[in-house]
Unconditional design. Structure first.
Length: 459
């Protein structure tokens, strides 16, 4: 029995079905969960439109002309059409997942699932409660946007990231509260789409959890694009006015806009699920406590994804779900290794990371040699007028094994895979440097950074 149809749930279901289990998923919405229907897929589809718009505007410097009278940047978007496409793609992806689950014999029950015990799930459906016996239970109920009592979303002017796709018109002046990953991604996208954007950050810089050099690049890009960033400014309330919204800051200042996006974190969907009665421990924030093979404190009950708070990424949810089923059904399994997880912030340009961080190296927690190489020196980057970005690699001083990396630039989410492979396979900088890359290519900068690390090690 799997409660929740997001990446953690449906990927677990596919593995369990492959291993011969009888599998049922319980979820109140459709296959794919919030990641597909309201979160990851919709947001990245919106960002893809912004990326295309950026490429089109910047192509003027490459000699591309629509006509001789077209000024630089004279392009706009129909947000209603964009959001219509976002919703259609999300639904299509959900239907694809539903078809795959059906082909593999997975039963889908529409309803809200909760535990009657560690061996029984109750699904509250439109036809009443359905009792479902289980040998193994996986909880993958995800998380939801955190809401402030002083800034309750109305779906029109005060918004969560799940409500943005109902907008028909581009916000004239969008205030984004929160400068973490979600806030930075939407601030980046909406500024490119044409909104004036004010980003309210309670911290000294945007993306405080990311590589400092990468965050600095994003701040510079935001400034170049005319975004206003209010650092060290904590929003305490948001309210509607006759024509828009007002956001109140802790110091008494106010910021006026047409709309406000509240991106102030997530809360796990673990309430009223019978967890305590079934012996499933949660921490003081409500996240389910799991070990590295996704086991909870209740025998036979596993958990995966955002409801565990391990790393709130769709890829991690999917891997946790797979690991849970491999372990529960007796297949070969290795525990989750968070240091091997690749992650991307989908701003424009993107930030992709894997392995150790600059903070760990700077504090002495990890000993490493570091090389950073700007993309501006890369031949392919010059051809494409890529002015912002870099490749950074970390390796162990003695063995020269690659232990981490950062890529900032277009499609960094794709480029980081080579570094992630190196980290996972414990490749040395010499092995990474001697692997052929295409010339010219952005990936050539990864090999070049490895060559420079190799030389620094020899020195």
């Amino acid at each position: 029995m799997i409660i929740g149809a997001g990446p953690g749930g449906y990927e677990a279901a596919l593995v369990a079905a492959q291993l011969g289990a009888e599998v049922t998923i319980v979820d109140p919405s459709g296959p794919g969960g919030s990641a597909v229907l309201t979160d990851c897929v919709p947001s990245k589809t919106l960002i893809a439109t912004a990326d295309v718009l950026t490429s089109a505007r910047e192509s003027v410097s490459l000699g591309v002309r629509v006509d001789s009278q077209t000024p630089r940047g004279h392009l706009n978007v129909d947000l209603g059409a964009v959001n219509d496409r976002v919703r259609r793609l999300a639904q299509a992806q959900s239907e694809d997942i539903e078809s795959r689950l059906a082909r593999d014999g997975v039963r889908f029950v529409h309803g809200r699932g909760h535990l009657a015990s560690a061996q029984e799930v109750i699904a509250d459906t439109v036809d009443g409660p359905v009792h479902l016996a289980a040998d193994v239970v996986l909880i993958a109920t995800g998380a939801r946007p955190r809401v402030l009592d002083t800034a309750v979303p109305d779906g029109e002017r005060i918004l969560t990231w799940e409500q943005l796709y109902d907008l028909e018109d581009l916000p004239e002046r969008l205030i984004v509260v929160g400068s973490g990953v979600t806030g930075a991604e939407f601030a980046s996208a909406y500024r490119i789409l044409g909104s004036q954007v004010v980003l309210v950050s309670s911290r000294e810089r945007v993306l405080p959890g990311e590589d400092p050099d990468a965050a600095q690049v994003i701040e510079e890009v935001f400034a170049d694009r005319g975004m206003t960033v209010l650092s060290r400014s904590r929003a305490v309330a948001a309210r509607r006015t006759e024509s828009g919204v007002v956001v109140e800051l802790q110091g008494g200042e106010v910021v006026e806009g047409s709309h406000v996006l509240m991106a102030v974190g997530s809360l796990p969907n673990t309430q009223d699920m019978g967890l305590a009665e079934a012996g499933v421990e949660v921490d003081d924030r409500g996240f389910i406590v799991v070990d590295r093979v996704s086991r909870t404190t209740a025998r036979g009950v596993y958990a995966a994804g955002d409801c565990t708070g391990v790393l709130m990424l769709a890829s991690v949810a999917a891997m946790q779900g797979r690991i849970a089923m491999w372990h529960a059904l007796g297949d070969a399994v290795g525990p989750l290794n968070k240091s091997h997880v690749a992650n991307t912030v989908f701003t424009t340009p993107e930030i992709a990371t894997v392995g150790v961080t600059a903070r760990e190296v700077e504090t002495g927690a990890v000993m490493a040699d570091v090389v950073s190489l700007p993309l501006a020196t890369n031949a392919r980057a010059k051809m494409q007028e890529i002015r912002h970005g870099f490749v950074k690699l970390f390796c162990r001083p003695s063995s020269r094994i690659v232990i981490g990396g950062v890529v900032v630039g277009p499609r960094a989410s794709e480029l980081i895979h080579a570094v992630a492979l190196a980290v996972d396979a414990r490749l040395t900088v010499d092995q990474l440097a001697s692997t052929f890359t295409v010339y010219p290519s952005l990936s050539g900068s990864i090999a070049e950074a490895a060559r420079r690390l190799r030389r620094s090690g020899e020195g």
